[in-house]
Design a protein around this ligand. Sequence first.
Ligand code: ADP
Ligand code: ZN
Length: 520
Amino acid sequence: MDTPSEVLHRVFGYDSFRPGQQEIIDQVVSGGDALVLMPTGGGKSLCYQIPALVRPGVGVVISPLIALMQDQVDALRALGVRAGFLNSTQGFDERQLVEAEFLSGELDLLYLAPERLRVESTMRLLAKGEISVFAIDEAHCVAQWGHDFRPDYLGLSELRERWPEVPRIALTATATPATHAEISSRLGLDQARHFVASFDRPNIHYRITPKAEPKKQLLDFLRTEHPGDSGIVYCLSRSSVEKIAEFLVEHGIAAVPYHAGLDARTRAAHQARFLREDGLIVVATIAFGMGIDKPDVRFVAHLDLPKSLEGYYQETGRAGRDGLPATAWMAYGLQDVVQHRRMAMEGDDAHRRRQVLHLDAMLALCETAGCRRVMLLDYFGQQGSEPCGNCDTCQSPPETWDGTVAAQKVLSAVFRLAKERRQKFGVGQVVDILLGKSTAKVLQHGHDSLSVFGVGTELGSQEWHGVVRQLLAQGLLAVESDYGALVLTEGSGDVLRGQRQVLLRRDTLRPPRTRGSGSG
Ligand code: ADP
Ligand code: ZN
């Protein structure tokens, strides 16, 4: 039997493991479970491919990325690895062939779409072969508290019951502590070792700017900072993808559109050009990018606000995978927020609440006066990093105003609700209380008799929402549940006692009116 390093050299042709890979591979090879959080481009695939080659039997990889399976399998075959896949794009004959290979032990790796496991015949097939490892890729799809939930993933909990002796490795690039915990419980990974690689991408420069004239802003950004570079421009809708791609071409910049409304051949052709050519820009919806491995993407630009920090991190993470300097640039505006809120209204209550919380976290990143990277890392569970010096807020600190009193008002409202009423409420109720609004919900709970009722009329509703988001971004307030209940944090006390000043950003969506200076 080959050792993992021998396989690394001989099959994959690499000299050494990337950080984390060896420990993860050793864990799985020895038969243990693993839960792996590693940023995009960190090298997750080898973590299950090598165990599959070292252990006897076939490695079964569950992946939602059906469109990429053929490419993945082709790439492996080119290295001499016996790989196959089963998904809905295949005809009967092709499927039969792969099944026969699986049964006769002629495969090292079998890629499966998650919905295949719902089909009892697939389960029976798997039971007839020898399985070396189950790899669950994009494992965050099992978490309902996340941005990419796929119901088919819930069926994966059965793997442990049916194959208790086969090691399982779950991998994801986007997990907050809450998602991480949910993955672990839903997949029954309580015996698993957890591996968390650093989420920091120090070579990416983060910059977020208010949206004024988005096309012109984009053009300036591309011309001054990335002339002739490869990159991705993300837009929210198919129609804006088309418009922006045309606009860039009209201005002499090589760009192609990519979205789910284009036919498969056009999409494949544009994707292939992007991978092959230097200096091509893909203007795309979030349909583009999953699993794309192009090391020299020099920038990722967002012309619309992503739905969540998970999405933002995943999309911007496609820049600079070669480790050379790259830019994550975004323009955001109030109209994005309105559009997202409207989209969030679709779906059930729980879905709606989650979307709103994701959006608030996203806005908090946009509006933070502190280091963007610190906030991102904090969100993904890596607390306590130092300001990075490679983001816009580090390099040119934004203008701030002393929001200590405003912060104290918010925090004392949350405090009073908790202390006097033993209640927790979301931002909407807290703001209504500060504004002194006698809404039905305020009256129903008797919140009009709280001492903080009506103490915040100097700001409007939008501004108070902004203050709350910035307090969340600074960790002075936290959201406790997916209901969005606000709770105090360790830092809140210092602010309430007047021992800590709170600086808030001035140039956010709706800056507070300052007396005598017009719109501020
Ligand atoms: P992820 O799935 O985490 O996004 P991949 O597994 O696709 O990342 O790996 C990203 C890139 O890094 C791939 O091109 C892969 O071949 C390369 N890679 C992975 N491990 C190593 C290694 N030990 N040495 C060199 N290159 C590696
Ligand atoms: Zn920074």
